[in-house]
Design a protein around this ligand. Sequence first.
Ligand SMILES: *Cc1c(COP(=O)(O)O)cnc(C)c1O
Length: 401
Amino acid sequence: MQPKDLLALAEEFGNPLYVYDATTIEQQYNRLTAAFSKVENLRINYAMKALSNISILKLLKKCGTGLDTVSYQEVQLGLHAGFTPDKIIFTPNGVSFEEIEEVAKLSVQINIDNLSVLEHFGAKHPTVPVCIRINPHVMAGGNQNISVGHIDSKFGISIYQIPHILRIVENTGMHINGIHMHTGSDILDIEVFLYAAEILFDAAKQFKELDFLDFGSGFKVPYKKGDIETNIEELGKKLTKRFLAFEKDYGRSLTLAFEPGKFLVSGAGFFLAKVNVVKQTTSTVFAGIDSGFNHLIRPMFYGSQHTIENISNPKGKERFYTVVGYICETDTFANNRQIAEIKEGDVLCFRNAGAYCFSMASNYNSRFKPAEVLWKDGKGHLISKRETFDDLIRNQIVVEV
Ligand SMILES: *Cc1c(COP(=O)(O)O)cnc(C)c1O
């Protein structure tokens, strides 16, 4: 998207504002499916926790994705958006047994990542097919916060516990129809991914009635200059070859599934916020915007570095800024960052604001959540309204004691 289009949207819909480019989402989907075009049964389940607006879900449904969900409410949202239960997989962690049962009742594929739950579920519902989430214990990358494959991770059933899984299956007579892994969102190179995949193939051999293998996500998208991006085309080539060979050995046709969030929507998103104040101190220049970690928490939560542009003055001379929010906490979006010269009232644009941005927004400091706009064919469509005071007090019950 062009700065002038974004600026016009900020003018039309106000600040702060989330904008999503529909074409980028479609292109990312097409790129992923093209990379695996030789796989006959490919299934892309969009990890909807990244961005769960209904219009975005409908757009991805039109592309042809299924859904990866992590809560009963996400399943409900998916059904509400028009996905049929057979297009949804439920991959929760640490939820109650009752929640898993409720989702299974809707005929949604469930994915279990805990031995005690597997045993309980298998004993109670032996006819419901279940996928199991394996932890291959592969360190996905550099950032401990989002590496979920390591030995002490809370995610998945350890690959070393396969004998115990097999015993549970035998004891309960349950049917395992899928094997799953998700090694986190910080995989640095595809060799690591392929290494984990080998572990999954090895595990899969021990289950005779599988319908699918699910390789989760972990596709890396670049946030700042110099960041590594997963080479999807190369991964597609290499993994397809291994998958087809495995399928032949296995003697049964299988679906290859992925569940990307970030890869599909991160780069499609832009967050726009106005500069309230420019403040010189003894050592830096702060640009304070009309937002904070209530709207975009990734920089403070994960240390994510979203590229920031001054779309009001894109050609301006670059200066160094510390970009901060208006929350009464330290909420630094960027430290000592080169940005085209900023004046009060300018609109800053944060890139890669599609995944885990709006979906992590809160009302801290009693601020409203921003509006969201979907950009398609040169036009902005409002897909969620800016909150109002009524939204803030809707669930409150006033008692004066
Ligand atoms: C969050 C999540 C994903 C998506 O991860 P991305 O990094 O956004 O692609 C996929 N699978 C599971 C189980 C998840 O929890």
